[in-house]
Write a protein that binds this ligand. Structure first.
Ligand SMILES: [Zn+2]
Length: 460
């Protein structure tokens, strides 16, 4: 007996379960409910009703009374599945529209206030300045004006034993969503994020990314017109003039470092494989930040700037080329746009099913008219209607499955177009710059040794 908590499709545990199912290591799955097992109806259909049945695996849902050992249970299970699906779809889109309304009204939807602010006790959608740390934010600004860079500011704050935003939050008793190895120190990224953040001049900026759909964890970056920015929503810590001055200095410094040819274009995305901390640049090398701060916590991990640059460039070109090759071979099979053809096909099928449902409704109505004229005996009518009703449920089932298929395809299409646009821009790349890196790369992980020290997490 094995217990797997909260299995979802993307979770490793779920995959393990499927592997073990294929290996026939068990023959019963007991789950809280069908929807807890998997939220995606199409998957429920193919897994529970088809593949598991083939493998002789019985599925039991405790709270929704589903059981594949009971033959008559199947249409009931489909119905439960559809109800779940419709519920998720509608809650997801209604939650999104509620959030959109809130964002356009300038209400704060994040669960925590940004560093420097706290939620107003009288109105939790409003921010007030957190006087405990106002001074720290002012200090950061003043140091920046004095000519300090992000790293120097971070080092200074660490030396002064000033709590980093993460540590401050932790001390306030907030539960933190910590990725990797968090050391609770100030770093370059924290400083640069603060200095670029319009929250500190009283703006509310929300909705920079949006989830692709309720089924997906992937987030899309929204275009500027979809981002909600509202001015003067709360008290500013930095004045507009200061903010503009900061951005101007940032621009000048970036340009100056570009001229010397040594701009740090990997800022914020370079991570040490051992400890997950950032790598920072000193002269011609990048080194693990944690190693530099505390040698006992992470072994030395050092890489030459040129090595990263040439490897990343090579990898980008290869990645784009592979994608182009794949596209070519797809095009050889099908000259028209594959996705749009599939979409049209699905829409056509959905229409057909809707037509059939209309016909069924029409039939039922006619039977009821016959009933009122006493031509048919009762039993006969009842069976006829029951049959038609069942047929109707099956057709609705099909429509729900097709619709979720359709949504998946349409989402894939949006992502694909974004990807194509960006890839076309960077074909046959000769030199890296920070735009390319920001557009394409989510994260670069650097290992200690080995031929392939660098691995890239792509944005697409
Ligand atoms: Zn490290």
């Amino acid at each position: 007996m094995k217990i797997i908590a909260g299995a979802e499709r993307s979770r490793p545990a779920f995959n393990e379960l499927l592997r073990e199912a294929e290996a026939k290591r068990f023959n019963v799955i007991i789950c809280k409910s069908q929807s807890r097992f998997c939220r995606d109806l199409a998957i429920v259909e193919t897994l529970i009703n088809e593949r598991f049945a083939e493998l002789g695996i019985r599925f039991i849902g405790l709270s929704d009374n589903t059981d594949t050992a009971i033959r008559e249970n199947r249409s009931y299970r489909s119905l439960i599945g559809i109800a779940d699906e419709i519920f998720l779809q509608s809650t997801s889109s209604s939650i999104r529209s509620v959030f959109e309304k809130k964002m356009s009204d300038g209400e704060i939807i994040a669960s925590f206030a940004k560093y420097g602010y706290k939620k107003d006790e009288k109105d939790k959608h409003h921010l007030v300045v957190d006087e405990n740390v106002r001074g720290v934010l002012e200090l950061i600004r003043n140091l920046y004006f004095k000519g300090y860079g992000y790293k120097k500011i971070a080092d200074y704050l660490n030396e002064q034993k000033i709590d980093s935003p993460a540590l401050y939050k932790k001390k306030q008793g907030c539960k933190l969503n910590i990725r990797g190895n968090q050391n609770f120190l100030w770093c370059e990224k924290t400083i640069s994020t603060i200095l670029k953040d319009k929250t500190y001049i009283g703006y509310v900026v929300q909705g920079k990314t949006q989830k692709l759909s309720y089924k997906s964890k992937k987030r899309l970056y929204m275009s500027d017109d979809k981002i909600y920015t509202l001015k003067e929503k709360h008290e500013a810590i930095y004045s507009e003039e200061d903010f503009e001055k900061i951005q101007k200095i940032m621009y000048e410094r970036r340009r100056a470092s570009c001229k010397t040819g040594k701009a740090h274009i990997f800022s914020g995305i370079l991570k040490c494989e051992h400890c997950g901390n950032g790598m920072y640049r000193k002269d011609d090398n990048f080194r693990c930040r944690l190693h530099v701060m505390d040698k006992s916590k992470c072994s030395v991990n050092r890489i030459k700037y040129e090595e990263i640059e040439s490897q990343v460039l090579k990898k980008i070109n290869l990645y784009i080329k592979q994608y182009a090759n794949m596209e070519d071979s797809i095009k050889k099979f099908q000259t028209n746009n594959v996705i749009s053809r599939k979409v049209n096909n699905l829409k056509k099928q959905i229409k057909n099913f809707e037509k059939s449902i209309e016909n069924i409704d029409h039939c039922i109505k006619n039977i009821l008219i016959l009933e009122s004229t006493d031509i048919l005996n009762d039993e006969n009518i009842k069976t006829q209607i029951a049959l038609l009703q069942r047929d109707k449920i099956e057709k609705k089932n099909e429509i729900a499955i097709l619709n979720s298929e359709l949504e998946k395809l349409q989402n894939a299409d949006i992502l694909k177009k974004q990807k194509e646009k960006i890839f076309a821009k960077y074909k046959h790349l000769k030199k890296l710059d920070s735009n390319i890196v920001q557009d394409l790369i989510e994260k670069i992980t650097v290992a200690d040794t080995g031929e392939n020290r660098i691995s890239i997490d792509w944005k697409f």
